[in-house]
Design a protein around this ligand. Structure first.
Ligand code: ADP
Ligand code: MG
Length: 364
């Protein structure tokens, strides 16, 4: 088995996957840096299995993806749509040599567009929050919210990740409140690790209007279930169709992403609170979500249980959501699990079945 990993040098995911491959007795995967993919390196040849890692968190790669002469300032929310177009193009280049990709370009193109991902999941029967399509700015957002009778929405950049640019917006008769990772300056928006609260409507409107040309995905804000004092959701890693590694994310505010200083929660307590039926229904939803992406060895499903625990909904599915350090399932971490799926033949079998629509078709 010949493996190539595409990623940024020093990326932890690249190192952990390489370690898992070596531990399973596979030859050391070749590393193909994203910079080389984007500057014309030859794509991997036929007979190679190619794992693609996120091109994120590297300013030169980001600049190349955006085809811009200017590097973004640290944290600057800029050119998200251009970076997405560059990623789609880069995936096509990678596939161009005839290698077999463990993340198909078609799947990545959908997974990295929250609007398309939401539409595909919805069509596949996966519970997702209701959405307001085609929002082009703040005035239109408010009009659409009024029309729908919604007082609370999540506004997400279509091509964002890691809560960058996400706004949890609540509107009342006299005031608005936005909870967001955005640091708003008159010149630009910056992504920050500190969650801020804005109540000045002109600032909120400016943020939405600045993000809108990059594409927005707007959803109804669903009330998430809580454990103790905290609101929770779960990241579920699904490898070759099987939900395996789960992390509970517990927060005091509406954004649960762990890098924002939120805590990992207690999975046993969450399963006890949800009960076996709600838990297995949620896991079936994760399987169904993964089956919508049969060209992806792994996907990371962000799943919210709603207050009362009986219902759940998927907030998003991540193409690059497998960094879950320290979480084991059957004694394997998330990378060993993927290597196991490859070496045991489970990946090939599941991919064929999911691709042919043979997965979950008999589910109630
Ligand atoms: N419709 C929603 N209702 C309530 N919370 C949501 C909703 N959508 C997302 N969230 C929360 O917002 C955070 C980020 O959302 P997500 O869709 O996963 O985007 P990102 O790619 O930025 O991680 C998560 O903590 C999630 O629980
Ligand atoms: Mg997420």
């Amino acid at each position: 088995m010949r493996l190539t990993v595409v990623g940024n040098p020093g990326n932890r995911r690249v190192e952990l996957f390489t370690g898992a491959a070596l531990a399973a007795g596979l030859p050391r995967p070749e590393v193909l840096p994203w910079v080389e993919v984007l500057t014309g390196a030859a794509p991997p040849p036929p007979g190679t299995l190619v794992r693609v890692d996120s091109p994120g968190e590297d300013s030169e790669v980001d600049r190349l993806l955006r085809r811009s002469a200017r590097a973004a300032r640290h944290g600057e929310l800029i050119g998200l749509a251009d970076a997405y177009a560059g990623l789609v193009d880069g995936m096509a280049r990678l596939a161009g040599g005839g290698a077999s990709l463990l993340n198909s370009p078609a799947d990545v193109a959908v997974l990295c567009d929250k609007r398309r991902c939401h539409a595909l999941l919805s069509a596949a029967g996966v519970p997702v929050p209701a959405a307001l399509p085609g929002i082009g700015g703040y005035a239109q957002l408010r009009a659409a919210m009024a029309q729908a009778g919604w007082a609370r929405v999540f506004v997400k950049p279509a091509h964002g990740s890691s809560a960058a640019g996400v706004i949890a917006l609540a509107v009342g008769p006299r005031r608005v409140q936005a909870v967001t990772t955005i640091e708003h300056t008159p010149q630009a928006l910056f992504n920050s690790l500190r969650v801020r609260r804005y109540t000045d409507e002109s600032q909120v409107a400016a943020m939405v209007d600045r993000l809108a040309p990059e594409g927005l995905h707007v959803e109804r804000w669903l009330p998430k279930a809580g454990l103790g004092e905290r609101v929770v959701d779960v990241r579920v890693l699904v490898v070759a169709g099987r939900p395996s590694h789960v992390v509970v994310r517990a927060a005091h505010g509406p954004l649960t992403n762990l890098h924002l200083g939120n805590a990992r929660g207690d999975l046993a307590a969450l399963r006890a609170a949800a009960g076996p039926q709600a838990w297995s229904a949620a896991m079936e939803t994760c399987e169904r979500a993964a089956a919508a992406f049969p060209g992806s060895l792994h996907v990371g499903v962000d799943l919210m249980f709603l207050v009362g625990w009986r219902r759940h909904a998927v907030a998003e599915v991540n193409a690059f959501g497998d960094l879950l350090p320290g979480v084991l399932a059957d004694g394997r971490d998330s990378y060993a699990e993927q290597v196991h799926a490859l070496t045991s033949g489970r990946w090939e079998r599941w991919r064929a079945d999911a691709g042919a629509g043979k997965v979950l078709t008999c589910a109630a």
